[in-house]
Design a binder for this molecule. Structure first.
Ligand SMILES: [Zn+2]
Length: 423
C-alpha cells in the first residue's frame, strides 16, 4: 500500500461537479487500485507538495497506421490534398505487415510513455490494405493489452463507401476484429447516400460508427448534417462519432444552428482535432498567405446544445501533420489555447475532460479516465500545481503511474525507424 499525500486533483477529474482543485491524499492498494481519496491531512506517505495528479489520458482519434512516414513521404506544400495523395501512394507502395507493425508499435510506445491509457485509431482500409493492416491492429491490441486499450475504425474514401462489394468486404473484416465502421467524406454531392451506406454496413456488422466529416473550409460541405439526419431516419442505435467538422465553422448561422440541433437530436458525438487542423486548414498551396481561420469546429456551441465533445491528436509525423508525438497533454495544452478552454477559468478543468473522462465515455472504453475509488491507479504526477503551471511547460518530467507503479517514460528514438525511411 502507498499513499500519495497532498495532491492537487481537479474535481472534474474525479467526476465531480465544479471547476476547482481539491487537495487530497490518495491511497493505492497493493493491487494497484485506488483504495481511498480523502481530504489532505498530515501522515505518512509521499508528499507531493500540492503537485497536480491527473488520470492517464485518452486519445480517441489517431492514425497509428500512418504515423512516422514523414521522412520518406513529406507533404511538399502542407495542404490536405497533397496529404491525401502522398498518404495513398505510401500505403500502396510501402505498407507491408512489417512496416505497419513497426511504426504502430513505435507510436504506441510514444503514447504510453507520455501517459496515455486508451487510444482509438483509424485504419486505412481501402481493399486490399484492410487485410494487412487489420491483422497488424489485432496483434497490437493483444500485445498492448493492459497498457494501452485499443479500438480501431475502418477508414475509406467516399468511392469505397458507395461501392457495395468493397464496403461489404471491409465491414466483414471490421466485424471480425470487433472494430468500428468509418470513412472520410467532405464536399461530396452524394454524402447523404454515403452516410446511409455507412449506417447499413455498421448495422449489419453490429459495429459503432466514426466518420471523418467535412475536413474542409467549404460551407457547402454537409456531411455532418447528412450523418445526423441518416441516424435519425434509420433509427440506428449504435454509437456515432464525427471527427473534424471544420466546415461547420464557416457556414451561415442558420445552417450552423440546424446542424447542431440535428446532431444533438441524433445523439452524435463530435471530436475536434485542433493540432492537425490548424496545420492543414486555411493553408495556401503557393504559400505567402497568412492563415486566419483555425480549422476547428464549433465545439462550445455543440457542447452547449448537449452534444458530447472531445479533442484528440489525429495524425503524427505523416503527410497530414508534420509534427506530433501522441502526447495527449500537448493536445490539451494547445487545444486549450486554440479553442479557448481557459476562460472562464472555472470551466477550464471540465473542458480538460475532453481528453480524459468525456473522451473515454464517447468511445465507451473500459478505462474511464477518472480518479476514483476502485479504479486502477493510472495516474500522471506533475510538479505543476495549477492550470497555468501545467500548461506553460511541456511537462516532460511528468511521472506516469500505471496500476500504481511508475513506468519508464523514456521516448523511443527516431533512429529506430531509419531503415524504413529509405526510398
Ligand atoms: Zn483523422
Amino acid at each position: 500500500m502507498q499513499t500519495l499525500r497532498n495532491a492537487s486533483v481537479p474535481s472534474a477529474m474525479m467526476g465531480r461537479p465544479g471547476g476547482g482543485i481539491e487537495r487530497v491524499d490518495i491511497v493505492i492498494g497493493d493491487d494497484g487500485i485506488v483504495a481511498s481519496i480523502a481530504p489532505h491531512a498530515a501522515g505518512p506517505g509521499r508528499d507531493l507538495d500540492g503537485g497536480l495528479v491527473l488520470p492517464a489520458l485518452v486519445d480517441i482519434h489517431t492514425h497509428l497506421d500512418k504515423g512516422h512516414i514523414w521522412p520518406r513521404r513529406p507533404n511538399e506544400d502542407g495542404t490536405w490534398e497533397n496529404a491525401l495523395i502522398g498518404s495513398i501512394a505510401d500505403s500502396v507502395e510501402r505498407w507491408s505487415t512489417a512496416d505497419v507493425e513497426r511504426r504502430m508499435d513505435f507510436a504506441l510506445r510514444c503514447a504510453y510513455a507520455h501517459g496515455t491509457a486508451a487510444i482509438r485509431t483509424h485504419i486505412e482500409s481501402t481493399p486490399p490494405q484492410h487485410d494487412v493492416s487489420w491483422a497488424v491492429f489485432e496483434a497490437m491490441r493483444e500485445r498492448w493489452a493492459g497498457r494501452v486499450e485499443l479500438q480501431a475504425v475502418s477508414l475509406v474514401g467516399p468511392d469505397t463507401l458507395l461501392d457495395k462489394p468493397a464496403l461489404k468486404a471491409v465491414a466483414e473484416r471490421v466485424a471480425q476484429a470487433g472494430g468500428l465502421i468509418g470513412g472520410a467524406v467532405r464536399t461530396f454531392p452524394r454524402s447523404r447516400e454515403a452516410m446511409h451506406a455507412v449506417i447499413e454496413a455498421a448495422g449489419n456488422a453490429g459495429a459503432d460508427i466514426d466518420i471523418h466529416a467535412d475536413e474542409i473550409m467549404d460551407p457547402a460541405s454537409n456531411v455532418l448534417l447528412s450523418l445526423a439526419e441518416a441516424v435519425i431516419e434509420t433509427g440506428y442505435k449504435g454509437r456515432v462519432l464525427a471527427g473534424h467538422c471544420c466546415a461547420l465553422a464557416v457556414q451561415d448561422e442558420a445552417t450552423q444552428q440546424r446542424t447542431i440541433e440535428t446532431v444533438a437530436r441524433a445523439g452524435v458525438a463530435v471530436v475536434s482535432l485542433p493540432l492537425c487542423n490548424i496545420y492543414l486548414m486555411d493553408r495556401n498551396a503557393a504559400g505567402g498567405v497568412t492563415p486566419t481561420r483555425r480549422g476547428v469546429t464549433l465545439i462550445h456551441e455543440l457542447r452547449a446544445a448537449g452534444v458530447p465533445v472531445a479533442i484528440a491528436s489525429d495524425n503524427t509525423r505523416d503527410p497530414f501533420y508534420a509534427y506530433g508525438d501522441l502526447d495527449a497533454l500537448e493536445v490539451l495544452r494547445e487545444g486549450a489555447r486554440i479553442l479557448h478552454f481557459d476562460h472562464p477559468q472555472a470551466g477550464a478543468w471540465q473542458w480538460a475532460r475532453s481528453i480524459a473522462g468525456d473522451a473515454a465515455a464517447i468511445a465507451n472504453f473500459d478505462y474511464a479516465a477518472e480518479i476514483r475509488i476502485g479504479a486502477p491507479a493510472d495516474l500522471l504526477l506533475f510538479r505543476a500545481r495549477n492550470w497555468t503551471e501545467l500548461l506553460s511547460r511541456p511537462q516532460a518530467d511528468r511521472e506516469v503511474l500505471r496500476n500504481g507503479v511508475g513506468i519508464d517514460t523514456t521516448l523511443p528514438d527516431y533512429r529506430e525507424l531509419d531503415d524504413l525511411m529509405e526510398s
